[in-house]
Design a protein around this ligand. Structure first.
Ligand SMILES: Cc1cc2nc3c(=O)[nH]c(=O)nc-3n(C[C@H](O)[C@H](O)[C@H](O)COP(=O)(O)OP(=O)(O)OC[C@H]3O[C@@H](n4cnc5c(N)ncnc54)[C@H](O)[C@@H]3O)c2cc1C
Length: 390
């Protein structure tokens, strides 16, 4: 919006005056608009994704540079234009101050120490918060871990709260666990760094929990690390049921690239299944998105692998979401809540199916959604896109 307004300002100004770079006012105006344009470009997702930390830091530096050049560009600095600029700086200062105070409050009693556990393609971090709070599903925290690499004290990475243990007295979290999928930057170094105990700086919690009390039936659909945004909801639902609330059916469909990824949540699922008695409302299915190993023989519908623990099924191939949702809708007397944390293609599919049955399905996308699988336009993943109507 700012860039568009600036362009409009330039077009209108050029109607009444000619452009001359020898005039300082115009020189600084041009510098300011170029700098604002670069700030805007840096925030485009497909640029930011390439080098997140670089883009964020350059954004801050260029943002301040734009304000300074704009100030010099102003004709009447102590008029409305100048006051608006000072006001915007004041707002930036105020929000930064609030964030600093919040972080000091959260870490003021000492820095928590996280224990690292390496899993296949991911890392689990568990810690006891020094200033605990009542955790809700849907919350995430920003972690700063200076020991990971040079300058990592300047990086802050958001991670969903995957699991937590509660204090019996005040229900505040006595232990919090997050799951970080190994990507190419900070998380790769986190996995390979030689330390298993890491002091962390905690910022948060953030995130608005979805109100789930009005539903009895749920379908959770996740791909890959999207599960990190969903497990906490399963825990909250099963714990609520344990306290006597009504819950009819909870179904988790999770698509992964490797079968070994089921260890990311296996222990926690077992705890939930133990708690889910006597009615047994929780079911889950794991879909391994790769070709079956050699010597693998098919059963039933052709892609059944094995029963995974209690009420868990594992398959090779992609889930038939249309069929799964049709079954769940048939078993649901009222509206069900469909919760999705998945790659863009799966999300589009879920949105389409939910729209088709909007009288029976409420649709909710969690704040964190996994990035698209590697590939892109020139190397589309998984071959041609299938028609949803099939
Ligand atoms: C609200 C929210 C919750 C998240 N929860 C989880 C989670 O529970 N588990 C998990 O594995 N991932 C989660 N992520 C994504 C996670 O923050 C990034 O994957 C992680 O920061 C990547 O670090 P990297 O340096 O290894 O990434 P890179 O390999 O440099 O980049 C991989 C991807 O991560 C993005 N990214 C890099 N740094 C950041 C950052 N500081 N903030 C946001 N995105 C970044 C990049 O744009 C890129 O798309 C969450 C993201 C958000 C916004």
């Amino acid at each position: 919006m700012g860039v568009l307004q600036s362009l409009l300002h330039v077009i209108l100004a050029l109607q009444v005056t000619s452009f001359d770079l020898r005039v300082a006012l115009q020189r600084f105006g041009l510098t300011a608009i170029i700098s604002a344009g670069v700030v805007w470009l840096l925030m485009l997702p497909w640029i930011r994704r390439q080098a997140y930390e670089f883009c964020i830091n350059l954004h801050i530096v260029l943002g301040l540079f734009t304000i300074v050049t704009l100030w010099i560009h102003l004709k009447n600095r102590f008029d409305l234009d100048g006051y608006l600029l000072i006001g915007s700086l004041g707002l930036l200062g105020l929000t930064t101050l609030i964030q600093v105070v919040y972080q000091v409050y959260r870490n003021g009693r000492g820095l928590a120490v996280a224990e690292k556990e390496k899993l296949e393609g991911a890392v689990l971090l568990s810690f006891t918060p020094t200033r605990p709070w009542k955790v809700r599903a849907g919350q995430y925290i920003y972690l700063r871990i200076p020991a990971v690499r040079l300058l990592s004290f300047a990086e802050s990475h958001p991670l969903n709260i995957l699991w937590w243990e509660e204090n019996n007295t005040d229900e505040k979290a006595s232990r919090i666990t997050v799951l970080a999928k190994v990507e190419s930057g900070f998380t790769r170094r986190l996995e390979s760094c030689p330390y298993n105990s890491l002091r962390i700086l905690l910022d948060g919690p953030y995130g608005k929990p979805k109100d789930t009390v009005h539903y009895d039936n749920f379908v959770f659909i996740a791909t890959g690390i999207g599960i990190s945004a969903q497990l906490a909801y399963l825990k909250e639902l099963i714990m609520r049921k344990d306290r006597g609330y009504r819950l009819r059916r909870v179904c988790l469909v999770w698509q992964v690239d490797q079968q070994a990824h089921d260890e990311w949540i296996c222990d926690y699922m077992n705890q939930l299944l133990d708690l889910d008695k006597p009615e047994l409302v929780l079911r889950w299915a794991l879909f391994v998105n790769s070709s079956p190993p050699t010597g693998y023989s098919t059963k039933g519908n052709g892609d059944f692998i094995t029963e995974s623990g209690r009420r868990g099924l594992e398959f090779y191939g992609k889930p038939d979401l249309k069929d799964i949702l049709k079954n769940e809708v048939e078993l649901c007397p009222r509206k069900l809540l469909l919760v999705v944390s998945a790659d863009p293609q799966t999300r589009d599919m879920c949105r389409y199916l939910a729209l088709k049955q909007k009288k029976k399905i409420d649709f909710f996308e969690t704040e964190f959604q996994p990035a698209p699988a590697q590939g892109g336009f020139w190397a589309p993943e998984g071959g041609p896109i299938k028609s949803w109507e099939q």
